[in-house]
Design a protein around this ligand. Structure first.
Ligand code: EPU
Length: 347
């Protein structure tokens, strides 16, 4: 098994932060992972799983052994009257996979077009956009326990999906008990259940606007896919041009009382009532209202068209990104009494 040493990670993280991995192994199959786990040299080393690198902030060189996921493959595993079940390897590029499903005639993932990253990383943070979350289309996944080498399968309930959250983001107890699988489960394949008959998920303001503009009342999956791509390209930076990790903070949830208090002071605040009675606030609006849009601190900045996205203005370190993030958190807390929680994993 080839262990690469001192591997530059700038091209392997979407923030384009300069850092290196002390050692890195590329895994292209479940067998590769098991070989690495069985190796006398590698078995005992702490491990770090790297997918598309689109949801991480590297604050230094990575000391644990990096397992770079390159498990490929896409296939229809089952078709019933109710759904297409489609499987992809964890290393597949997410957007290319979405495009492929549409080309094959398996619609249902179009609202999730153009999200950076890999298929294997998608369940970790339960990616979501334009009214669809991964959990709405999820069937099951295969993973390998990095401590035992055992292969196991999880269904949606076992993944404990939440808003940008899952069992893979939480650490378990050190004795192996507890539910968290962070750092423990390496996802190898993910299966999606795409319901039949297909129904468009509309209702999101940006999509409603596209429908009105183009006078289309019953869009096809391809039209929706194209609209989502157009909307994202218009307001989110392409990581190949400007380093970033998508939304940097989660949209916070508050009580109706807290929301009423903010509305009384700032009537323009953008909010969405949730089914459980709580209210979600648009973090982008809160940050924008604090005057951060377009600002730069050191080599890190706040994107001009969407204040929720932090960007690398060139050679930013992870430390600079986190300094900016903390300054934003402080000013939003001082003005609104709300603590913003980062979305990416800080390494
Ligand atoms: N807004 C501002 N100023 C800004 C940014 C936003 O006033 O600088 C306002 C907008 O005008 C809008 C509201 O805030 O009224 C919400 O903005 P937007 O529609 O852009 O969505 P978002 O809540 O900021 C979320 C997801 C995105 C996802 C979009 C579309 C989170 C943390 N972010 O953003 O996901 O693409 O909705 O569904 O939930 C990601 O997670 O990386 C990501 C890009």
């Amino acid at each position: 098994m080839l262990v690469e040493k001192n591997v530059p990670l700038q091209a392997l993280n979407s923030f384009r932060i300069i850092a290196k991995a002390y050692s890195l192994v590329r895994v292209a199959s479940q067998a590769d992972v098991q070989t690495a786990l069985a190796s006398a040299e590698l078995a005992a080393q702490p491990k770090f799983i790297l997918g598309g690198g689109s949801n991480i902030v590297l604050t230094g060189d990575v000391k644990p052994l990096v397992l770079k996921i390159e498990i490929m493959g896409r296939r229809l595993v089952q078709e019933s009257a109710k759904a297409f079940v489609v499987e992809a390897g964890a290393g597949e590029n997410w957007h290319n996979f979405v495009e492929w499903t549409l080309e094959q005639g398996y619609p249902g993932l179009e609202n999730l077009a153009l999200i950076p990253g890999t298929v294997g990383a998608a369940p970790v943070q339960n990616i979501g956009a334009y009214g669809v979350e991964l959990q709405d289309r999820f069937d099951s996944l295969d993973a390998i326990d990095l401590q035992t080498g055992r292969i196991f399968t999880l269904n949606a309930a076992q993944c404990a999906f939440g808003y940008r959250d899952s069992v893979f983001k939480h650490a378990g107890a050190s004795d192996g008990s507890g539910l968290g699988l962070a750092g423990r489960a390496l996802i190898t394949q993910v299966r999606f259940s795409l319901p039949k008959p297909w129904k468009p998920v509309l209702g999101y303001a940006d999509l409603e606007r596209k429908m009105a503009e183009q006078a289309v009342s019953e869009p096809t999956p391809q039209q929706l896919f194209q609209w989502v791509c157009d909307i994202r390209r218009a307001k989110l930076p392409d990581p190949n041009v400007i380093g970033n990790a998508g939304s940097f903070f989660k949209n916070p949830t508050v009580t109706p009382e807290q929301c009423a208090d903010i509305i009384a002071r700032d009537p323009k605040v953008v909010y969405y009532p949730l089914l459980d009675g709580s209210i979600k606030l648009a973090a982008g609006w809160l940050i924008d209202a604090c005057g951060w849009k377009g600002k730069t601190v050191g080599h890190a900045g706040v994107y001009e068209k969407q204040a929720l996205v932090l960007v690398n203005r060139g050679d930013a370190t992870g430390g600079e990104v986190m300094t900016l993030a903390k300054a934003i958190q402080t000013s939003v807390y001082e003005r609104f009494g709300i603590r913003l929680e980062p979305e990416p994993v800080v390494v």
